[in-house]
Design a protein around this ligand. Structure first.
Ligand code: PMP
Length: 375
């Protein structure tokens, strides 16, 4: 098998699996219980959280566990909207967000919030002048993803924060960092809120977190009991949390070295793909190497994906959460309907090997030539 869909999800690493298994077996107490088994679990919860917080240079009480990035995005956007609607109802997002952000915005719009879309340039970078113009007195929130899940375009969050705060110091800045964490360095101090998901970094599905600066107030979406967190009451899923902590520690190692290696793999694929006259490379100078998007103009993406699958090669159309649709991100960058309907996302990891890439390229050639002839 050649797995090239690491941005959709990753397999769980052995170390993480080992943590899940050990904690499940050895920490049976509810971290909210007052007896010694509960205390043992609460201690582990505290140390696992501290390890995550230390890696990102934030406080433990600023980490709120969620079931993944979709829940973290909901908690952030709806939580801010509910807490700050008296100050304003204006929210700004980019045109390069994950579908979950747009779904939340649709909901917020249906209950009276105003959603504005900031423009980007042809490299996918947020248009700073447009952002400056759009931030108003009643703008309560700006949400801009750190790395776009379809094209890998990475935004300069620090600069974006400066623009937002200069226009309105009270505007809260959220970033969906799901595709950035574990691939490139991130700085939580550039934002007020950040979302992530463990299953993108060799952790388990069903766990992630929202970083929430202690300076920011949001309204809880879930009500219940338990002392561990006001925003996410209930029994903490300790095996998943300990495993998330392990996954974060493993993923945030050697980032630069790993990125350089993935860059070489990306170059190798681009060098071959750009020679095909009917293939367009949807890569800008801001794309991180882990996500490579191409448009095969003369073959439908689903046809190519299923043809490659016969050789046990796995790639995506655009993002796993919007399979079969137009790539909104490619449309936002290239303004070309056909190009955005024909996208394939090849996503790489530091665990991808050169041999896998070579084999992928030779099988791709064979499959592509066959499919091109059919037409
Ligand atoms: N945001 C981004 C940028 C993503 O890539 C994804 C996963 N495709 C999500 C949010 C949703 O994450 P989860 O599946 O953990 O809810």
């Amino acid at each position: 098998m050649i797995y090239l869909d690491y941005s959709a999800t990753t397999p769980v690493s052995y170390e993480v699996l080992d943590t899940i298994s050990k904690v499940t077996k050895e920490f049976i107490g509810n971290a909210n219980s007052i007896h010694s088994l509960g205390k043992k679990s609460a201690d582990l919860l505290e140390s696992a959280t501290k390890q995550i917080a230390d890696i990102f240079g934030v406080n433990s009480n600023e980490i709120v566990y969620t079931s993944g990035a979709t829940e973290a995005n909901n908690m952030a956007l709806i939580g801010v909207a509910m807490a700050h609607h008296k100050k304003g109802k204006h929210i700004i997002v980019s045109k390069l967000e994950h579908p979950s952000i747009y779904a939340i915005c649709d909901y917020l719009k249906s209950i009276g919030f105003i959603i504005d879309y900031v423009n980007n340039d042809q490299e996918g970078l947020i248009d700073f002048d447009d952002l400056k113009e759009k931030v108003r007195e009643d703008t309560i929130l700006v949400s801009i993803c750190a790395v776009n899940s379809e094209t890998g375009v990475r935004q300069p969050l620090k600069m974006i924060r400066q623009i937002i705060k200069k226009e309105n110091i009270a505007t809260i800045f959220h970033s969906d960092m799901t595709q950035a964490i574990g691939k490139v360095p991130v700085n939580f101090h550039d934002v007020d809120l950040a979302s992530m998901s463990a299953h993108k970094i060799f952790g388990s599905k069903g766990i992630g977190f929202l970083y929430k600066s202690s300076m920011v107030k949001i309204t809880p979406l879930i009500y219940g009991s338990g002392k561990s967190n006001d925003l996410k009451p209930g029994t903490p899923p300790l095996p998943l949390i300990a495993a998330l902590s392990k996954a974060v520690r493993l993923a945030c190692n050697d980032l630069e070295k790993r990125e350089r290696f993935v860059g070489l793999l990306n170059d190798k694929i681009v060098n071959v793909m750009e020679k095909y006259p009917n293939i367009k490379i949807n890569k800008t100078k801001y794309s991180i190497p882990h996500i490579l998007n191409i448009s095969i103009m003369n073959v439908m993406p689903e046809t190519m994906i299923h043809a490659l699958e016969k050789y046990e090669i796995y790639v995506s159309t655009n993002t796993a959460c919007a399979s079969g649709e137009v790539s909104h991100s490619v449309a936002a960058i290239y303004d070309d309907v056909k190009r955005s309907k024909h996208t394939i996302r090849i996503s790489l990891s530091y665990v991808t090997t050169t041999e896998e890439v070579n084999k992928f390229l030779s099988i791709f050639k064979e499959v592509y030539e066959k499919l091109s002839m059919v037409r």
